[in-house]
Design a protein around this ligand. Sequence first.
Ligand SMILES: [Fe+2]
Ligand SMILES: [Fe+2]
Length: 477
Amino acid sequence: MEPIPVLIVDDEADFRSLLVEALEGEGYAAAGAESAEVALERVKARHYPVIFTDLNMPGGLSGLELIKIIHELDPRTFSILMTGYATTESAIQALKRGAYDFIQKPFKLAELEASLERALAHYRTLRENEAYQTRLEEMVEQRTKEILHLKDNIENLFEGFVQASIVAIEARDPSTSGHSTRVATMTVGLAEAVNRTPHGPYGDTTFTERQIREIRYASLLHDFGKVGVREQVLVKAQKLDPQRLEQILQRLHQRDLELSLALLERAWQDGVAFEPGRLEKVLEDRRSETRELVEIILRSNQPHVLPREVRDALDRLEGLEFRHWDGKPRPVLESVDIEALRIPKGSLSKEERDEINSHVTHTFRFLSQIPWTEELAQVPLIAYAHHERLNGQGYPRQLRQPAIPVQSRLMAVADVFDALAAKDRPYKKAVSVERSLGILEDETRVGLLDQEIFRIFVEAKIYEMTLSQHNSLGAAP
Ligand SMILES: [Fe+2]
Ligand SMILES: [Fe+2]
């Protein structure tokens, strides 16, 4: 162990040397100083845990002054006053200036050592506490760093999952790619615009940073439930699946051949097969009937409003038969096919429409599985209400205005706008921005969308935030 430095300050050379030698004999690194000034030089050059100083030293600073300066210079040093005429007053003065102790001259060496040991014991305790405190602070700092790093990692991990989920949803219907991100961009922009609006029904509404994060996650994942909807329903452009249509047309063609064959057989049996032009006419009649039936099917298969004459002609599709390879007659169109072709507008049957609408409930169920932090606890509920409408005509719960979270009302405006203005989908053409805003305005008039939120959407030009992406990407309902 390194010898502990101790400084003896006294103008009496013999006394000083005596103490220095005695302390050196005890294993201390003792040094002497003949004046307060010399002592200060020493103290500046190295740290002394303990300093003994005389009270009066002629021609310079007194011991009391030295104690005060040392206490300011290096508060860790313990100063002990040695005085020949200790009075209560000088003792108090010394302690006031930061002295640790005092001893009265003349003293025995043992007294000095006892005082020194007491000071050192106290000195060590203080240093140990200091070291402990420093270690503790370092540890806390280190742990804090680790926790913050972990928090960053968890947030990145979660963000990654959200992005992967979006890829999963949008991969099922490529024409909607980018929709979730655009709706999130616009809804967050709209929430921030509401924060900047000082008047009107939302003048007092302020979304905190935490709520904005909540809105962002709810928007990014609002259509996640589409993973629970069958793909053929999700991307359905016409009333019949392309494969089913092909099958029906092929059956019609077969029916045509079967009937022609039967007619030919009869003509043969009746002996009229060789009458000039007769056969051709029979066959041509057959073909023109088939052409008409194909026309009815192709026209009624389109998603636009069903023209009256096509609707009436659909009766002709009932009861058509062809012969299956097992020899038994089968209907060319099943009743479900004819029912699909009778859909008055759009390509979806009621069941299929219900299935698409069920994405909201799926979204809620999926999002409710995530153990959201308290800060993001509302994400499932905000997403759950994105198809609710103020007048109760939305789905799935037909909520009315007060029951629909404001965040969901913001999202509804962004969602409808993006669904309209984004690029063509198989089942609908893109609508211009002006026309889309017009449709949105109509929806506010009939009480579907929130009028004030739409006003802010237009005033703050929120729709421009994603415009550049509309030509290359798509949207979803
Ligand atoms: Fe949706
Ligand atoms: Fe959507």
